[in-house]
Design a binder for this molecule. Structure first.
Ligand code: THU
Length: 165
């Protein structure tokens, strides 16, 4: 038996103002997208923004449903829209923000397991790191170098093809 240690580092910014301009703007787009959330059940308004390699930004927000599991998180709405409207264009960065109820200050948010799996698919497909920017506690902003650091031991298409050998 061997013990394997894995470490994960990320950048922690004190506030939006400390962020490089490109990420700050992406975070602002994510915050704006929260306004289109359809959240009659949770009242938790999430927005996500995907920055494409060609400079365009695609946003999404969470869309809920009376049949609860049929709803979709903001991250997947944004990422699927980006891929559907701009197939094959690499993603440079993804930002996510959330507001609880009528609060005017954003709250900490981190993506669910399904969204992590979906986002890593595109990282794998495009072969480049997708920077991930999310709201932390208080004013803090967390920046991860890539999406796969959110999901160690990710299941990828390669494992599917391995099993066909
Ligand atoms: N939600 C997101 O859209 N993204 C996240 O990162 C966390 C959770 C949504 C799903 C649901 O509509 C609501 O927030 C409460 O879980």
């Amino acid at each position: 038996m061997q013990k394997v240690d894995s470490t994960n580092s990320y950048e922690l910014y004190d506030s939006m103002n400390e962020l490089p301009l490109e990420w700050r703007n992406l975070m602002l787009d994510a915050r704006k997208a929260t306004q289109t959330a359809y959240v009659p059940y949770s009242d938790f308004h999430v927005g996500a923004a995907v920055l494409l390699e060609n400079g365009l930004t695609v946003t999404g927000s969470n869309q809920e449903n009376a049949a609860y599991p049929s709803g979709l998180c903001a991250e997947r709405v944004a990422v699927f829209a980006a891929s559907a409207h701009h197939p094959g264009v690499k993603f440079k960065a993804i930002a996510v923000a959330a507001f609880a109820g009528k609060n005017t200050s954003p709250v900490a948010v981190s993506p669910c397991g399904n969204c992590r799996q979906v986002m890593t698919e595109y990282e794998h497909l495009f072969g480049n790191d997708i920077r991930f920017i999310m709201q932390g506690e208080g004013e803090k902003i967390i920046v991860l170098k890539n999406v796969k650091s959110l999901l160690p031991f990710t299941f990828t298409a390669e494992q599917l093809s391995e099993s066909n050998k």
